[in-house]
Design a protein around this ligand. Sequence first.
Ligand code: NAP
Length: 253
Amino acid sequence: MNITIITGASSGIGQEFALQLDSLFHNMDEIWLIARRKERLTELSLALHTKCRVIDMDVTNSASMNQLSELLAVSKPQIRMLVNCAGFGLMGAVEKLSLEEQLGMIRLNCEALTEMTYRCLPYMRGGSRIIQMASSAAFLPQANFAVYAASKSYVLSFSRALGQELKKRKIYVTSVCPGPVDTEFFDIAEKYGKTLSVKKLTMVSADKVVKKAIRDSREKKDISVCGLPIQAFHVLTSLLPHSVIFHIMKFCK
Ligand SMILES: NC(=O)c1ccc[n+]([C@@H]2O[C@H](COP(=O)([O-])OP(=O)(O)OC[C@H]3O[C@@H](n4cnc5c(N)ncnc54)[C@H](OP(=O)(O)O)[C@@H]3O)[C@@H](O)[C@H]2O)c1
């Protein structure tokens, strides 16, 4: 049985992956949709042509992760694609945000993504692909978004290294690094702080980000960056000393 697994499928970018992969992959037996909000997943599953398995779980919960592992062991699927989208960010100064909320970002964005990847790998074979949602926040440390940006640097670094390790198995890993994407992400991210207006000018749709990510994954690229402004930001962060960029950013509103 060939399957695709998508975490964070109940909204935004994860939901968009489900919709686009459903119309692209005609030889996929099932799409496994993972998130906590079951009703959203069920609604999505009804809109897809591919058979879906709705798995309502918190990916940071180890008992739920063990249950998912048991399900994999029983079904023995071939995972042709894993898309790790579950994630959240919170803006605000490290001293002001609660410790629990900040550790929560690390648990979801880093630990759960690593665990999901690890548990799925035994069921992947040559030609399987992994798509990891990182962010352009991975390119540069960001004051007032410190833990989130650091968590996404982890995703990018981990996934690029993993991609190197998996090349010999012909399993390809793509890290997706968009700037702001128009999703529910900001309902949580802006609970205590506001996004810079200059960043909001570069906002793109989930549809655009996912289209490019799928294309880049097909082309076995290790990183997918959508849109000219964010591609330029990526180049700048690799060419200029970060201290110079921090200085420029002081003038951004
Ligand atoms: N939007 C942006 O500007 C942007 C930019 C760059 C990168 N990203 C990254 O893209 C990914 C998707 O974000 P999005 O924009 O699509 O935001 P979103 O609409 O808020 O989606 C987040 C998804 O994660 C799921 N999720 C959250 N906590 C979970 C948990 N503990 N267990 C299982 N699922 C959980 C949510 O579902 P439930 O609430 O139902 O569990 C939801 O489906 C994230 O990793 C985010 O960091 C977003």
